[in-house]
Design a protein around this ligand. Sequence first.
Ligand SMILES: Nc1nc2c(c(=O)[nH]1)N[C@H]1C(S)=C(S)[C@@H](COP(=O)(O)O)O[C@H]1N2
Ligand SMILES: [Mo]
Length: 424
Amino acid sequence: MTDKTISKTPGLSRRSLLKAGFAAGAVAGTAGAARAAGDPLITEIQDWNRYLGDGVQARPYGVPSEFEAHVVRRDVEWLTASTESSVNFTPLHELDGIITPNGLCFERHHGGIADINPADHRLMINGLVDTPLVFTMEDLKRFPRENRVYFLECAANSGMEWRGSQLNGCQYTHGMVHCVMYTGVPLKLILEEAGLKTNGKWVMPEGADASAMTRSIPIEKALDDCLVAFKMNGEALRPEQGYPLRLVVPGWEGNMWVKWLRRIEVGDEPWHQREETSKYTDLLENGKARRFTWVMDPKSVITSPSPQAPISHGKGPMVISGVAWSGNGRIKRVDVSLDGGRNWKTARLDGPSLSKAMHRFYLDIDWDGSDMLLQSRAMDEHGFFQPTKNELRAARGENSIYHNNGIQTWHVKADGMVENVEVS
Ligand SMILES: Nc1nc2c(c(=O)[nH]1)N[C@H]1C(S)=C(S)[C@@H](COP(=O)(O)O)O[C@H]1N2
Ligand SMILES: [Mo]
């Protein structure tokens, strides 16, 4: 193969889909090359070995090492008109395992981060209930609570890639997703406390922020696995994630996970709010929009190597790593291709396999130093597969932004650098 078989698309206007035609062979190598004799890091005493370090009062709330300062959420300036109604992205290429650290969870808000004293926060339940109720945070913490690990993905994740490969890094192409452990009260218990009327078929959560985010959720989902959560990864929700209270809607698009949750109305039909009509619907080729696309379909991405995480060690043993998730349940299998989708190997899933949570996969290879077209393809426990981007475009056209779960391709070059490309 030559470089001509691959297209790097700098803008949305130009898309060239070309043929991938090579196979990366496996050649044995060694990961631990012999280090030069007389390395001063071995033979000399270093400062950190000679002097005392900080004491226990130096860091009342711990932060990462100064050498990890590059591991941060990043935004794309041209993407949104203001920083208050905007988004930044999880640095997936720097993470491992399945849990996203709280300070690295991508943020998406429509009216900035609400600043709420929990003592002043209330949750109201009204509408088609026997007894409208208002809870304080303290009241909510007297209900039985649960701990659950779930991914949250914005429906617009990968939306900029619909018409061709554009952004160079999985942080930007796939970073509108995070996965944490929530502690919260099942929404069912709170609705039962108020007493659902028999014609109560929908709920509408509302946020206390300047955008007053509102969405319609069918009662079956509300009574199934939704949580009213106050903790993430064991500590209070971060302000960015809805402190002091957010709704957790497992497996469904992030927009429904209302942050700074202050009210839940029960009704007999959906409300058709802005965020479920003009936004967060998928405009099809025939001009009609898909209504209520709640579930996030199976998706995966290779996080390393990737454009922001090139190969720096040369050929030989290496770890290909990535994440996969599905709003339908567990991930059953992830396949990885080194040759743009012609041949597939089954990756190794590692770590907990939890329903509607992120899964970690690895493929351990011997890299022969030649070009690779890396792809990953997730399958969930119900047999749903990730489509290719062209299959997705054939089914839904190119007007859409939301729900792009197409297979991503990374072009790894002989020098280890990686580019976002498309193949066909
Ligand atoms: N109150 C409120 N809730 C909100 C939003 C918002 O702007 N206001 N944004 C929604 C969107 S579009 C997404 S994708 C998720 C993002 O959650 P995160 O900021 O924890 O990543 O929150 C949702 N809940
Ligand atoms: Mo979103």
